[in-house]
Design a protein around this ligand. Structure first.
Ligand code: SF4
Length: 252
């Protein structure tokens, strides 16, 4: 299957079955989203959502956070990963927003990445979610799922994956495609054990094609000692469930 066809099928599927796809982080304005996305680096959205209600109540805007200090902010976020660094980043980010951006969260990726704690992925999320720009944030889920399906080929890093994805995905779908791929990676195409047999994308997925369809085809062709091929009956095959376990075990 050509890569264009995979994109077409996958995007059609998501548009039809998941028309609304949004971040699972809690927020009510661009500043809160920026704070939540910074906190979500190497941490689950669920965990971030546990700390942000109190944090947002104490620091409702850039001014209040800028007027605080990292020790105080630390106390609100100490249950998430890397709280020391993140507390420093949040206070630094708030200060830069106040001093350089009139307390307004910028919409350009080039400006966003100047903020402490904001890398390209975070900047792309803000530009996409807040400003609906066609920027593709590639996190671990997007990177893995895109590669498995065959949407990206030999992408060595998130930037290469991002460039391939935005080449093939129509601009108007890029913001939603980011969430589609994240959610698919979070709940179905799981890192350690993808739920391929119940995955709705399997008919267009390269990983499924290589690890299930082709392997099963090969199993049906057994070569006799005299060189003749015999086709095993379907009943002689091991159950697909056993094959699946074997494959996932190997891939660990
Ligand atoms: S078929 Fe498997 S590898 Fe492909 S997208 Fe679905 S869960 Fe992921």
């Amino acid at each position: 299957m050509k890569r264009e066809e995979r994109y077409q099928h996958i995007l059609n599927y998501f548009q039809e079955h998941v028309p609304v796809a949004e971040t699972e982080l809690f927020y009510s304005n661009p500043f809160e989203l920026l704070v939540a996305v910074i906190l979500s680096a190497q941490c689950t959205d669920k965990r971030v959502n546990m700390v942000t209600p109190a944090l947002f109540k104490a620091f409702p805007d850039a001014e209040t956070m800028a007027a605080s200090n990292s020790d105080t902010v630390f106390n609100y976020i100490k249950s998430i990963s890397y709280p020391n660094n993140k507390a420093k980043h949040l206070v630094g980010m708030a200060n830069m927003l106040v001093n350089d951006f009139k307390s307004h969260v910028p919409g350009e990726v080039e400006e966003l990445v100047k903020l402490p704690g904001v890398g390209r992925k975070t900047a792309n999320v803000i530009a996409s979610v807040v400003y609906n720009k066609p920027t593709m944030a590639v996190d671990t889920h997007v990177f893995r799922v895109s590669a498995r399906i065959g949407l990206t080929i030999n992408a060595k890093n998130p930037l290469q994956a991002e460039q391939q994805l935005i080449t093939f995905i129509p601009e108007n779908l890029v913001p939603r495609a980011h969430h589609w791929l994240i959610l698919h990676g979070r709940y179905t195409c799981i890192a350690r054990k993808p739920l391929c047999e119940k995955c709705s994308l399997k008919n267009w997925c390269k990983y499924f094609e290589n690890n299930f369809i082709k392997k099963n085809k090969n199993k049906t062709l057994k070569t006799k000692p005299n060189g003749k091929e015999k086709i095993k009956k379907a009943g002689e095959e091991k159950s697909s469930k056993k094959s699946y376990k074997k494959i996932t075990k190997k891939s660990k």
